[in-house]
Design a protein around this ligand. Structure first.
Ligand code: RIB
Ligand code: CA
Length: 310
């Protein structure tokens, strides 16, 4: 049995970020958690991250990060996640504040002290871009970056997915960093839906955590089903960035070239994926995740929740 992958999850909880933290805590060595403004302002995403870590009994360090994007104005996703960023359940109060408000220094120092850590961003890429800009040596020290973001269609604009759209300048820096990069975009995450049948599996688990997460899944799924054509449940986006590392056998990937549009009037925040089948195709800089065994992946999520709920 190989030792579990080491990872820092950089997140903006966020319902699906919360599930990503639970899966990472179960199936990886969750070295630390950093937060970024995204689904909600930084104070809310940090509070929510602490609450999730409390609920699973994790002692992983928690460091607060960027309160706004590099250039773009701060914009949230309260229409999806609620004003708190984690609406829909009766949550406990956080046990304490973050361990610092300098996520970027934490990322740099931790990745320099321990080689081979994966950075797993599940929100806007502001912290990751700032760390890479301040410490370019991280490219050769980390195992890579596995992110949730992008895709061939958008959810915030016609072509831009929220995590990329929220901070396109940061995303461009990350996609150009030159190291190992795995992208789980909407093309795969929309195939992993929290259907009523799947939520029922969470609800059937014993313990308070399962009940709370089932409530969060219901809230999140109600938003998605009401806003989308033909969706049976919320797209469980962020756990894909973790599962692509811990359970790669559940996914289908293609190495392709991906760049970020930062200036297009209609396309700012778009991940431009070179899918051409011709010799002029650009050399790959990214492993793009296209498909998932959704039933098996959600069972891993259920198993993760069950391991902490009692
Ligand atoms: O577009 C989906 C992404 O935006 C997910 O990471 C979700 O949590 C939000 O941050
Ligand atoms: Ca997120």
């Amino acid at each position: 049995m190989n030792s579990p992958l080491q990872m820092i999850v950089d997140c903006d909880p966020g319902h699906d970020d919360a599930i990503a933290l639970v899966v990472a805590a179960k199936y990886a060595n969750l070295v630390g958690v950093t937060t970024v403004a995204g689904n909600a302002p930084i104070a809310a995403t940090t509070r929510n991250a602490r609450i999730v870590l409390d609920m699973i009994g994790s002692s992983a360090p928690l460091h607060q990060g960027a309160h706004r994007p590099l250039v773009a104005p701060p914009r949230d996703a309260a229409y999806v996640h609620g004003e708190s960023g984690l609406d829909g359940a009766d949550l406990p109060a956080p046990s304490r504040a973050a361990d610092s408000n300098d996520a970027v220094s934490y990322i740099i120092e931790t990745c320099r002290a321990t080689e081979g850590i994966w950075l797993v961003p599940t929100g806007p890429l502001t912290n990751i871009a700032l760390a890479l800009r301040s410490a370019p040596d991280l490219r050769d020290r980390i195992a890579g970056i596995s992110l949730m973001g992008g895709g061939t269609f958008g959810n915030r604009t016609t072509v831009a997915e929220f995590n990329i759209w929220a901070d396109p300048e940061a995303a461009a820096m990350v996609f150009e960093y030159g190291g190992k990069l795995i992208m789980s975009g909407l093309d795969v995450t929309h195939k992993l839906q929290a259907t009523p049948e799947r939520i029922a599996k969470v609800r059937a688990l014993p313990g308070r955590l399962a009940a709370v997460l089932a409530d969060l899944f219901v809230y999140f799924s109600d938003v998605y089903v009401s806003r989308h054509d033909n969706m049976l449940g919320g797209a469980v986006h962020d756990p894909c960035a973790v599962l692509a590392l811990t359970h790669p056998q559940l996914f289908t990937t293609v190495d392709q070239h991906v760049r970020i549009e930062t200036s297009g009037e209609l396309t700012r925040g778009m991940t431009v994926i070179d899918k051409r089948g011709l010799i002029e195709r650009l050399d790959p800089n990214c492993t793009v995740v296209w498909d998932v065994d959704a039933e098996a992946a959600f069972d891993v999520i259920v198993d993760s929740i069950g391991s902490f709920s009692n």
